[in-house]
Design a protein around this ligand. Structure first.
Ligand SMILES: [Zn+2]
Ligand SMILES: [Zn+2]
Length: 274
């Protein structure tokens, strides 16, 4: 069974536990390695977003940034804190980030500068938001209930296309929860099949791997990605990693057994190895 996770969150972003608590627990599970991948969500207009009053209230830690400068400083300190905590232990600890990939002009250059300055070990791309107005705005998926269906369709197509852009940028070790949009009830498992297939093709072409994320199971009774999509990923020979997307110690390695069983049942041979 896989005994590591590269997709975990601490109370540096929206996780419940500290870096030390997460690493201690990973050691108790006898893991060889843990990757800490707190959220990096930087959008120039985050405060103008319709969703901002809710985001501002629901977090005590700075998950949402409007400027890369502050994010850079915070992540440099965070990286140091992880290194300090990891020192002298038997488990290997890596520090990365789960990045929302935004498409407005200038974002990618600023992200590149962030990468140069922070030198984190790895990046995961995980897109949680819609990007109206050519990416110049940011919108929570649950806010789509306020929009006309044509607009929702346009934004979701753009969302899936944005995942492809993230893959093609080659800046990410792997891509997280590619059908996350279903979580927010605006996109059924069998909607946007063409767009989701396009993501699979894009992963294959760019030789980027993806995850089977057990948080989907806890959120809405099915892994990310859903079964048919997972089968297409496997038949395209794209490597898979199991992620717990742990936001607290109890979620580390959670449902890995079920994920292993499912991968075995659908004959998945291509797994990401350390
Ligand atoms: Zn995520
Ligand atoms: Zn996550």
């Amino acid at each position: 069974m896989q005994k590591f996770s590269y997709h975990t969150h601490t109370n540096f972003s929206d996780g419940r536990n500290s870096i030390a608590e997460m690493i201690n627990h990973a050691e108790r599970l006898d893991w060889q390695e843990i990757g800490i991948s707190d959220h990096l969500i930087v959008h120039k207009n985050v405060r103008q977003s319709l969703s901002w009053p809710r985001w501002e209230k629901c977090t005590n830690t700075p998950v949402y940034y409007f400027d890369f400068k502050k994010a850079t400083d915070d992540f440099c300190r965070h990286k140091e804190a992880v290194h300090k905590e990891a020192k002298g232990r038997n488990i290997k600890v890596r520090v990365g980030a789960e990045v929302d990939y935004f498409v407005y002009d200038g974002w990618i250059e600023e992200f590149d500068e962030f990468r140069r300055k922070t030198e984190l070990d790895y990046y995961i791309s995980g897109n949680h938001y819609l990007q109206p107005n050519n990416g110049n705005d940011i919108l929570d998926m649950i806010e789509t209930t306020l929009l006309p269906p044509k607009e929702i369709e346009k934004l979701l197509k753009q969302h899936f296309n944005c995942i492809c852009q993230a893959i093609e940028s080659k800046k990410f070790l792997f891509i997280a929860h590619i059908d996350y949009a279903r979580n927010r009830a605006c996109c059924g498992d069998n909607d946007y099949i063409e767009e989701k297939r396009n993501i699979v093709k894009c992963l294959q072409k760019n030789k980027i791997f993806t995850e089977i994320n057990t948080k989907g199971l806890r959120k809405n009774k099915n892994f990310y990605p859903t079964n048919w999509l997972l089968k297409e990923i496997i038949s395209s020979d794209i490597p898979l990693i199991i992620s717990d997307d742990a936001h607290c110690t109890e979620e580390l390695g959670k449902n890995f057994l079920e994920a292993e069983q499912l991968l075995k049942n659908i004959n998945c041979k291509n797994r990401y190895n350390l």
